[in-house]
Design a protein around this ligand. Structure first.
Ligand code: IDC
Length: 304
């Protein structure tokens, strides 16, 4: 069958978390690597079949669907944005790729602000995808500002996780943490008391280096499994660089720990973190000149 890949849903089945590892349904450690969409409210066209199948051909087995809450996202146009997010998820699943459904908070710093909307959204999504082994849930992209794990993020997760588990009892759930999902060490001191949970860490190679790597190792020493659900070859503002040498160092770090990752972003915005050049064909099969410097680098990394 055309749509089966060696590291996809058909072979690996439902994923679980075992200690620090993400494992397949047979308990073997596995790794997801792929791309995050750009904000789905802005560029849904690059989450269509042509584009996603092209990154799969490059070796990706993961698509993260970044559904912004703010900035013209879900909270402003719930039906339209939700439909685009679900379509993107289903495109990836139909291609045998794992998908992450990401509640992409950003300028709306505190996940608690829209707890009610998050619970409604994840109830609907988890019901829709009940029994679907290929979907992971990311319940808050990047808490930031005056937000702490213990006061805000953990209580938020304690409300949202049971909502998802009610319909998808074993789904892997990814939880962001304070300082734009960098304070993994602080989260690890007060872990969530649920199975199949990973804490996300996000880095941008032009901004973050050794200190953040130390935080990851500290969290892991405390027993917290980490998932890199977003990273960029640029600075943290999505531009500058491209920082190839720093990205290579980071990827070595991730390889040594078998950490899963999604790169920001599968889109054609005019910024260095975008994998595609402005005007790239949404149907995929890109010519070399449609791919950015970052894209050329990242698209080679899925198979290494
Ligand atoms: C950036 C986009 C940029 C957009 C900005 C605000 O690349 O075009 O104007 O968001 O919406 C993150 C966020 C991610 C950011 C990215 C780069 O999760 O939404 O995208 N970044 O700044 N965290 C750290 C970096």
């Amino acid at each position: 069958m055309n749509n089966i890949i060696p590291n996809g849903i058909h072979r690996w089945g439902a994923l679980h978390v075992d200690g620090l590892n993400l494992t397949n349904e047979h308990g073997q450690p596995v790794r997801l690597r792929g791309m995050s969409t750009y904000g789905i409210q802005w560029q849904p066209q690059f989450a269509g079949e042509g584009s996603v199948a092209t990154i799969r051909d490059y070796g990706a087995n993961l698509l993260r669907v970044a559904m912004y809450t703010d900035e013209g996202g879900y909270l402003t146009h719930p039906e339209k944005v939700k439909a685009d997010a679900f379509r993107a998820v289903e495109t990836a699943l139909s291609l045998d790729m794992y998908a992450i459904l990401d509640w992409h908070i950003l300028y709306d710093n505190n996940p608690m602000t829209h707890l009610k909307e998050a619970k409604e959204f994840f109830a609907e999504a988890a019901k829709r995808y009940a029994g679907q082994p290929g979907l992971l849930y990311e319940i808050c992209n990047e808490p930031n500002g005056d937000v702490t794990w213990e006061r805000d993020v953990r209580p938020y997760a304690e409300e949202v996780i049971p909502v998802i588990r009610q319909f998808s009892p074993n789904a892997v759930i990814l939880v962001g943490c304070s300082t734009w999902s960098q304070d993994v060490d602080l989260a690890a001191k007060h872990p969530l008391d649920f199975p199949n949970i990973m804490v996300t860490c996000h880095f941008y190679a032009g901004t973050h280096g050794k200190p953040l790597q130390k935080k990851i190792d500290r969290a892991r020493e405390l027993g917290t499994p980490i998932f890199i659900s977003e990273w960029g070859t640029s600075r943290a503002d999505g531009n500058g660089g491209v920082f190839i040498r720093e990205s290579e160092e980071w990827l070595r770090f991730l390889d040594e720990r078998n950490l899963s990752w999604a790169n920001w972003s599968l889109g054609d915005r005019d910024e260095t973190s975008a994998a595609l050049k402005p005007g790239a064909n949404p149907n995929g099969n890109w010519r070399e000149e449609e791919i950015s410097e970052s894209g050329r680098f990242v698209f080679r990394q899925f198979r290494t």
